[in-house]
Design a protein around this ligand. Structure first.
Ligand SMILES: [Zn+2]
Length: 529
């Protein structure tokens, strides 16, 4: 039988089940080399068989049945008295798989982890359990440490709102270089002390990371990360929009009502995504307060009538609140439904129908050409009252949501659709505060994208003098970290790569959530993608 890669093949046969392949082989070398001292030995102590799983052959699993020898080590200076021979590149001590197969399984575990990895391994006829795959990950060595000069630091949630870790990224090559088990000042400071030479740290605004750098790498330049700056500004804008919510509603309900014979106008005048009014603001707050009051009084043994008198509510209202087991039930009901699929086409249907001579089937066909995805039945139901001579209610134009308006104010103007732009202008026309905010956001964006840190001071003074309250507190925050903010608006470095790493961590975490501990997640984060 032939020799192959250090093996002398004796026999190839099917296993008992007939589904797998068994290769009987022996180590071809005449003598063994002691791994402890490198001395060759031909004096055999004993022989035995090892079973090593190997990569599949023709889709069938392969088991290598290898005869190995245990040799005496005759080097008196060596601590080992005996040793077992290994085939370079194929076997290692204790392993139950050939080394190439272990590498394949490790790669699968890195890419997928958990159940999906086990399924793929089974498909490749090198079955391995989930726990085996996780163990292989754990055995991977860490990437070789290099001297880091510029790093980005950010936190990420192991479990949302529960525990956080810290990822450190090499700003220059965008690779994650370490993962820390928490996001405290001391942990990062310790890391910085063991990694001297860091000259620049991109980080979130202020807080624990800033302190860690100040104490453990005082000479390093701190750069407030642009992504976080922008994110905080967007939050301030959202608060401003919430405060200006009244301006989002259109004063005359017919203002946007299109000419019914102009289909394009009908379709264009609708918000791109049918708005769901957020459950927030006064109505939701009042609902919560009432629900709590009603249930407190019920718990105190009051009758519905007594509660109605005390809270000055109608009895049927009290009953409705009493019936709701949670306040969310009431809020859900209070939330307007999503527009029906038909809503955008109603003015058109009405116009066409009253002009006469067309039926529901024909009209459904027509609006389907315009993008309607609903049923014929909905069209019939809508037309029914028209048929009976009654006028169907016009769909009420829906005010844009806080979220939409925040998006319009903070998105690059080039990325607004014409429709968004029209709606934004209408909102701005109703609110001086939002008009000023819009200008200030644009100016900040310009500083940010064109590295005009020198304009920061003038911008902050403008916000202090004319800006909305949430933006004023945003600038107050900037002032507490001014040096790093100015660096963030001036230097080319940014934690963009860190955000990329955090995004990847989220994906990795989803795949192995609950299955693997910190050290395994760390391995996957640090492994080359
Ligand atoms: Zn030896």
């Amino acid at each position: 039988m032939p020799h192959l890669g250090g093996l002398s093949i004796d026999d190839v046969c099917s296993d008992d089940s007939g589904g797998g392949v068994i290769i009987d082989a022996a180590v071809a070398a005449a003598e063994g080399v002691c791994p402890g001292c490198g001395t060759a030995s031909a004096r055999v102590h004993s022989r035995y068989r090892r079973r090593l799983a190997d990569a599949a052959l023709g889709g069938r699993s392969v088991m290598l049945r290898l005869r190995v020898r245990r040799f005496f080590c005759d080097n008196i200076g060596c601590a080992a008295r005996t040793f077992v021979e290994q085939v370079t590149g194929l076997t290692v001590k204790w392993a139950r798989r050939t080394s190439p197969t272990t590498r394949v399984l490790t790669a699968i575990a890195l890419a997928l982890a958990g159940r999906a990895a086990a399924r793929l391994a089974a498909q490749l006829a090198v079955p391995a359990s989930r726990s085996t795959l996780l163990r292989l990950l754990g055995k991977m060595p860490d990437p070789v440490a290099t001297t880091l000069t510029r790093i980005g630091v950010d936190d990420f949630a192991f479990r949302r709102g529960h525990t956080y870790g810290t990822v450190i990224v090499d700003i220059d090559n965008h690779r994650p270089v370490d993962v820390l088990a928490d996001r405290t000042r001391d942990t990062l400071a310790d890391w910085l002390r063991t990694h001297p030479g860091v000259e620049l740290v991109c980080r979130d605004r202020a807080g624990a990371y800033a302190e860690a750098v100040r104490t453990a790498a005082p000479d390093a330049i701190q750069v407030a990360d642009r992504w976080h700056l922008w994110h905080n500004l967007v939050e301030a804008v959202e608060k401003t929009v919430i405060a200006e919510r009244a301006a989002l509603h259109k004063p005359e309900p017919n203002e946007l009502e299109p000419a019914a014979n102009d289909v394009a106008a009908v379709l264009d005048s609708r918000p791109a995504e049918p708005a769901v009014r957020p459950v927030e603001g006064r109505l939701a707050t009042r609902t919560r307060q009432r629900w709590t009051a009603v249930h407190d009084l019920l718990a105190a043994g009051r009758s519905i009538s007594a509660i109605a008198r005390q809270l000055r509510l109608q009895r049927k209202t009290v009953r409705r609140f009493a019936r709701a087991a949670t306040v969310e039930e009431l809020l859900d009901r209070a939330r307007p439904r999503r527009d029906s699929l038909l809503d955008p086409y109603k003015p058109y249907l009405q116009e066409r129908f009253t002009a006469g001579g067309v039926d529901a089937v024909q009209l459904t066909r027509e609006i389907t050409d315009f993008g309607y995805r609903g049923s014929l039945k909905s069209v019939r139901t809508y037309l029914h009252p028209l048929r009976a001579g009654r006028v169907a209610p016009q769909p009420v134009p829906i005010a844009p949501t806080v979220r939409q308006v925040t998006g319009w104010l903070t998105r690059h103007p080039d990325r607004l659709t014409e429709d968004d732009d029209v709606q934004l202008k209408q909102v701005l026309a109703r609110s001086d505060t939002l008009t000023v905010t819009h200008r200030q956001v644009r100016e900040f964006a310009e500083m940010l994208t064109q590295r005009r840190g020198e304009h920061l001071d003038a911008w902050m003074r403008d916000v202090d003098a004319r800006g909305a309250a949430p933006l004023r507190s945003f600038t107050k925050g900037l002032r507490t970290d001014l040096y790093a903010v100015a660096a963030g608006l001036t230097l080319p470095y940014s934690s963009g790569p860190v955000e990329g790493a955090v995004t990847r961590i989220k994906a990795l975490k989803r795949q192995m959530y609950g299955r693997a501990g910190f050290s395994l997640l760390r391995k996957r984060i640090l492994s080359p993608a």
